[in-house]
Design a protein. Structure first.
Length: 212
């Protein structure tokens, strides 16, 4: 990635920059489109000087306080509006996903396990891993259907090693819905409903039990 230093006013920013010492390596943009502003104070801001069609933001809000997170997300929106670029947002923060994304791809062990519009994914996930991620989000005053406080849900087990080939579904050892088929056959990514894809043999059973 190429960088150049300059004065903020020279780029038409009127001195506006995001304080970036703590996240200067967090925003990954296309080559020739990253400019360091006022380097003596380590302030930086991605400037799409070549008008890129795609911006890639890899964990742009990780380990930042909420104020800086909000500034980063506002900056990304501004860039999108000004350049018309698409944004590929890579993050583990589902709050950021809900706020920023239009379409979501869920990855597990290097494979795509679910893809859907953001509203559909949050309302009706069709893969157990996605379901587990959403269930593990803390909710203030969460109660069960019986009116009692519930424990925070966790996904049991650990992520499999990628050093060896994985037979069957990579999530099967951690999945409450796994069957013998899941252990032996990798489920293809299929369109379960229009616009919503999932790689799960037991997707419909999971949905039925979630509704029950």
């Amino acid at each position: 990635m190429q960088q150049k230093t300059c004065d903020p006013a020279a780029n038409g920013q009127n001195g506006k920059a995001v304080f970036g010492d703590t996240f200067k390596n967090q925003l990954s943009v296309t080559p020739k489109s990253f400019t360091v502003l006022n380097p003596t104070t380590c302030r930086c801001c991605p400037i799409p000087t070549c008008e890129p069609s795609v911006l890639i933001a890899d964990e742009p809000t990780t380990a930042l306080d909420v104020t800086i997170q909000a500034q980063i997300l506002d900056l990304m929106r501004e860039l999108k509006q000004r350049t018309g670029a698409a944004i590929v947002l890579i993050t583990h923060d589902l709050g950021v996903v809900a706020e920023m994304a239009q379409r979501v791809v869920v990855m597990y062990a290097g494979r795509k396990v679910e893809e859907a519009p953001v509203a559909a994914l949050f309302a009706r996930p069709r893969h157990p891993y996605t379901r587990g991620l959403l269930d593990s989000i803390p909710t203030l005053g969460a109660v069960s259907k019986r009116g009692v406080m519930t424990r925070l849900t966790e996904i049991a087990g650990t992520v499999p090693s990628l050093a060896e080939p994985i037979v069957g579904c990579a999530f099967a050892p951690r999945c409450a819905y796994a069957t013998a088929r899941c252990q032996n056959e990798y489920p293809p990514l299929e369109e379960k409903v229009p616009g919503h894809h999932a790689a799960c043999w037991e997707s419909e059973r999971m949905l039925a039990e979630a509704v029950a």
